[in-house]
Write a protein that binds this ligand. Structure first.
Ligand code: OOG
Ligand code: MG
Length: 258
């Protein structure tokens, strides 16, 4: 199955045109998860060649709430790019993306390089500079956010924008698994969760990432920021809506659609 370049073209066109596409696996039913990563790699290479920078990575589908919402029951990873940083407190232009959704996440900012095999959650905590809260603004290039695991991996796990909270904490001093989260849209509570929603503890998700990257000859690099995965189902970002995630210890972060 070697349609990697054609599939990368298709993904890039969807991003550029802000127009949703059908699943790649509809055209190429034999597309594997490895092919999905190869397509993700190819699009990343092109973005880097155009001057973008990688600033970190993201886990996808690490919580049951997300797996159920997307009908894909397996964790995965994608890359985060410098162009994706959206300043907190700045309104977000909804029409700049295809059909953005927002999800609350716990974010790790790393001080040490980490690569598997054998990386544990304890190693992740020890290698972390600080944790903070964040909102990820995802935007699937697929119609109706409908995809298989291979499709969504090829699409860099719906990566679009990230917003970071301003409270920075040393994770050694707190149990991130027991951190509570309240998600509100326009002042109405829509979901609650705890850090443990992502694989029992968000550092477990980051450890999984370090082990995956190690197996591919890559690593989590110092200074990277890692989004450990949505703790709740994602909610649509509409014009005029305020989406706020408030966490125990980590403060709150808001995005407002315009
Ligand atoms: C895939 C991206 C999933 C997460 O945190 O689970 C993700 C999607 O839901 O479109 O970023
Ligand atoms: Mg996410």
């Amino acid at each position: 199955m070697k349609h990697i370049h054609a599939c990368a073209d298709t993904i890039e066109r969807a991003v550029g045109d802000r127009t949703a596409i059908g699943r790649l696996t509809a055209d190429f039913p034999d597309l594997t998860l490895d092919d999905g990563y190869a397509i993700q790699d190819e699009v990343a290479r092109r973005r880097l060649a155009r001057g973008e920078r990688i600033i970190g990575a993201k886990l996808g589908l690490t919580s049951r709430a997300k797996q159920v919402q997307m009908s894909v029951a397996q964790p995965m990873y994608g890359r985060l790019f410098s162009e994706g940083v959206h300043p907190a407190n700045e309104p977000f232009v909804v029409s700049s993306l295809i059909h953005p959704r927002v999800e609350p996440e716990i974010v790790f900012v790393m001080k040490d390089r980490l690569a598997g095999p054998g990386v544990t959650a304890g190693d992740v905590i020890a290698a972390t500079k600080y944790v903070c809260c964040g909102l990820e603004i995802i935007d699937s290039r697929y119609s109706d956010f409908s995809f298989t695991a291979a499709d969504v991996v090829a699409d860099n796990t719906s990566e679009a924008k990230i917003v970071m909270g301003s409270v920075m904490l040393d994770p050694a001093g707190i149990d991130l698994g027991l951190i509570g989260l309240l998600l509100e849209v326009d002042g109405e509570q829509v979901a609650t969760a705890a850090g443990a929603a992502t694989m029992g503890h968000p550092a477990e998700a980051v450890a999984l990432l370090a082990n995956w990257l190690g197996s591919r000859g890559s690593a989590i690099e110092p200074g990277w920021c890692i989004y450990s995965g949505g703790l709740t189902a994602a909610v649509p970002l509409n014009v005029g809506s305020h989406i706020t995630a408030t966490f125990g210890h980590l403060g709150s972060v808001t995005v407002r659609g315009v």
